[in-house]
Design a protein around this ligand. Structure first.
Ligand SMILES: CCCCC/C=C\C/C=C\C=C\CC(=O)SCCNC(=O)CCNC(=O)[C@H](O)C(C)(C)COP(=O)(O)OP(=O)(O)OC[C@H]1O[C@@H](n2cnc3c(N)ncnc32)[C@H](O)[C@@H]1OP(=O)(O)O
Length: 300
């Protein structure tokens, strides 16, 4: 990994990168990884695995805002599973290829005016993505290079370490109550495991979207760095995590996360039933419809 950083630094200093269109530290890291094995290219997610370092970089590339649709979540779970089974992979960096947004969270259209059967399928995909990422034995680092509300925040919180662009216009948090919906207990558990009970209680009730500096202050993210350095800083952090023997780190991770995972495993079906009955309510559909309208108005 340090070879990646040395190479990035060299290129940046030599000015070669500045000759590339749209070049910056972030693209340097991406270009380096891209020169390695293209692991998978699906329409919404790109994964490159560096066979020398064992580090995969997963880039979300689903315009306009990387919302977590059924198709996106399915691709995501498949990719994480594939990397999990690959013994040559030791760590995964998750980031966005789109400007200004890491992920807009769950795709609201998947929860709006659809059939109960669709809600079941969608929620299973949300659960599956969480199980795969939260339960991953690999080192996972979120390189948060844009806004990351709700489900986007959940994905980031599932990772072992979070680095966010220090842009104060970017925010992150579980803002579900602002949409008139309630974050499920395992979203809450995941946040509580990151920032503790009190901050989760405030954050969840208020549907708080933390600015990048606020997120650092409460421990929702671990580091803020200039936007162009988010991916190279993630690579740097990754090298520290990979210096620890895998078996010891993996057992420690599993020891910390197993109770949270077991809790959803035990309530998986009930959680789906709750989601379907909650989402199907007229009042919830109305709230979601109004929220989508508000997003559109804000744009015009
Ligand atoms: C008691 C029992 C409980 C049981 C459990 C029950 C229920 C739990 C249920 C659900 C949990 C849900 C978690 C979620 O993740 S909900 C999603 C929350 N997401 C948001 O609030 C983000 C909304 N989006 C934004 O704030 C901005 O888009 C963003 C800051 C991300 C980017 O801003 P930007 O200005 O760049 O882009 P926009 O112009 O706003 O958007 C472009 C385009 O995209 C559409 N869009 C945005 N976000 C979403 C989304 N999450 N899903 C679908 N579509 C989205 C937006 O409407 C624009 O569309 P258009 O105008 O171009 O058509």
């Amino acid at each position: 990994m340090s070879s990646i950083l040395r190479r990035c630094t060299k290129l940046t200093h030599s000015g070669i990168l500045s000759m590339l269109p749209g070049s910056n530290g972030r693209s340097c890291a991406l270009q380096y990884f891209a020169s390695e094995k293209r692991y998978s290219t699906s329409s919404k997610i790109k994964v490159d695995l560096d066979s020398n370092t064992g580090v995969a970089i997963m880039q979300f590339q689903s315009p306009p805002v990387n919302s977590l649709s059924l198709d996106f979540l399915t691709e995501f779970a498949i990719n994480i599973e594939k990397l999990e089974l690959d013994r040559s992979c030791r760590g995964v960096i998750i980031t966005s290829a789109l400007p200004k947004v890491f992920s807009a969270g769950l795709d609201i259209l998947e929860m709006y005016q659809k059939s109960p059967e669709h809600y079941v399928e969608f929620w299973k995909a949300v659960q599956e993505a969480w199980f795969k990422l939260y339960g991953s034995s690999k080192v996972t680092i979120a390189a948060i290079n844009g806004n990351s509300p709700a489900g986007g925040c959940l994905l980031a919180m599932c990772c072992d370490y979070r680095i966010m662009a220090e842009n104060p216009r970017y925010s992150i948090g579980l803002n579900e109550t602002q949409l008139g919906i309630v974050a499920p207990f395992w979203f809450k558990d995941t946040m509580q495991n990151v920032v503790g009970h009190r901050e989760t209680e405030k954050g969840l009730q208020l549907g708080k979207l933390y600015t990048a500096p606020e997120a650092l202050k409460v421990g929702l993210v671990d580091e803020l760095v200039p936007e162009e350095k988010v991916v190279s800083s993630a690579a740097e952090a990754m090298s520290k995590w990979l210096a620890i023997p895998d078996h010891a780190r993996q057992l420690s991770k599993s020891m910390m996360r197993k109770p949270t995972i077991d809790r959803l495993l035990a309530a998986r079906e009930a959680d789906i039933t709750n989601f379907v009955s909650f989402t199907s309510k007229d009042s919830i559909q109305k709230s979601l419809g109004m929220y989508m309208e508000m997003l559109k108005k804000r744009r015009s």
